[in-house]
Design a protein around this ligand. Structure first.
Ligand SMILES: NC(=O)c1ccc[n+]([C@@H]2O[C@H](COP(=O)([O-])OP(=O)(O)OC[C@H]3O[C@@H](n4cnc5c(N)ncnc54)[C@H](OP(=O)(O)O)[C@@H]3O)[C@@H](O)[C@H]2O)c1
Length: 320
């Protein structure tokens, strides 16, 4: 196994690999087991030790965790102590009110089901996947604290919470003696909301880490869409990335960024990954991949010199 740098999650005692691997898309029963297994094992070979999952991931829902459970049992069992496994609950996975939302019933029921699917006694990080304005925050936080007290999770995370709700959640968790470990927002050159909403600043103040998702904007921050949509690419077959995202404004911006990356002797994907990791509040970037080759390419982002002030200014100006 090679090694990637580790980065500390806020003011906790936990380090995460600078890149994490996520099983959101293309991990489920619709895809060949051997391909999925090769990608996950390759990620581990490259030094990625944090695997991000959720009850919802598939298709169908729960399939990504059932797949990961098989790999854990067959290939990675001897390495359980070297892995950080994350799961999330609260986004809808069925029509029942108990299969969605931030209630105690929904969160703890999902966690038990995820532990069975993963074939493990505990997850390292248990997340509330999204805020649920329909449930008292005290109840959601109480369920997260119970997960830790019951030994089913070591740490707690929240995802997609706006800054104010994150601040209040961090306060309630601290009061309960279970400090918030990480927040998981979307963050990339194409989506800078964690900066503009003060979330990164809050992370620094409160001492939690930030684990960012979709740092490549699902592939938009690579050179793959510069000449159209290649066969098999996510924009061709995903409900979450529509072909209309690839319009003239997108192409203009990405052409500028691609030129800057070429001047630095790297690819746009590598530039985009370096960019999110430039912020000290960011503990890890969760990447997805549809092949082991994409992973090889992406982890090399860490081999390049830091972005200069002038280069950051070009990136800032690329959306004007
Ligand atoms: N908390 C949440 O609500 C939430 C939401 C979304 C995601 N997440 C987490 O974040 C993880 C990562 O999200 P993401 O998959 O959107 O991340 P991403 O890294 O922005 O996008 C990954 C996709 O980009 C393409 N790609 C990657 N490297 C490439 C390269 N070198 N050249 C060309 N294309 C490349 C691949 O798509 P192709 O299929 O086109 O090859 C790959 O699947 C998820 O798996 C999940 O764990 C969390």
């Amino acid at each position: 196994m090679s090694s990637l740098p580790y980065r500390r999650a806020g003011r906790s005692g936990l380090d995460l690999s600078a890149f994490s691997f996520g099983l959101w898309q293309k991990f489920g029963t619709d895809y060949p087991y051997d391909t999925q297994r090769e990608i996950v094992l390759h990620a581990f070979e490259l030094g990625i030790t944090h695997f991000d999952n959720a009850d919802r991931y598939g298709p169908p829902h729960r399939a990504a965790q059932q797949f990961f459970g098989q790999v854990l049992r067959n290939d990675l069992a001897a390495h359980r102590d070297e892995l950080i496994l994350s799961t999330k609950a609260g986004n809808p996975i069925g029509a029942s009110p108990y299969l969605r939302g931030g209630s105690r019933k929904s969160l703890l029921g999902s966690l038990d089901h995820s532990l069975r699917d993963l074939g493990t006694d505990y997850v390292d990080i248990f997340y509330s996947h999204s805020p649920d304005p329909g449930t008292p925050l005290d109840e959601t936080v109480g369920a997260l604290v119970s997960a830790v007290q019951q030994g089913k999770a070591l740490y707690i995370g929240i995802s997609n919470y706006p800054t104010d709700r994150a601040r209040e959640t961090a306060r309630l968790l601290r009061r309960a003696g279970v400090p918030l470990l990480v927040h998981q927002p979307r963050y990339s050159i194409l989506d800078r909301r964690p900066e503009t909403t003060g979330l990164l600043e809050l992370a620094g103040d409160e001492g939690f880490g930030v684990v960012v998702y979709s740092p490549l904007a699902q592939g938009l921050l690579t050179d793959k869409y510069l000449d159209g949509i290649p066969a098999g690419a996510r924009a061709q077959n995903s409900a979450f990335l529509k072909p209309d995202a690839i319009d003239d404004a997108y192409r203009k911006r990405v052409t500028t960024l691609n030129k800057l990356a070429a001047q630095r002797g790297q690819s746009l994907a590598q530039l985009a990954l370096q960019w999110v990791l430039r912020r000290p509040e960011v503990t890890s970037a969760i990447i997805g991949a549809s092949s082991a080759a994409q992973l090889d390419h992406n982890v090399r982002a860490l081999d390049f010199p830091a972005l200069t002030g002038d280069e950051l200014a070009i990136i800032d100006a690329s959306d004007e």
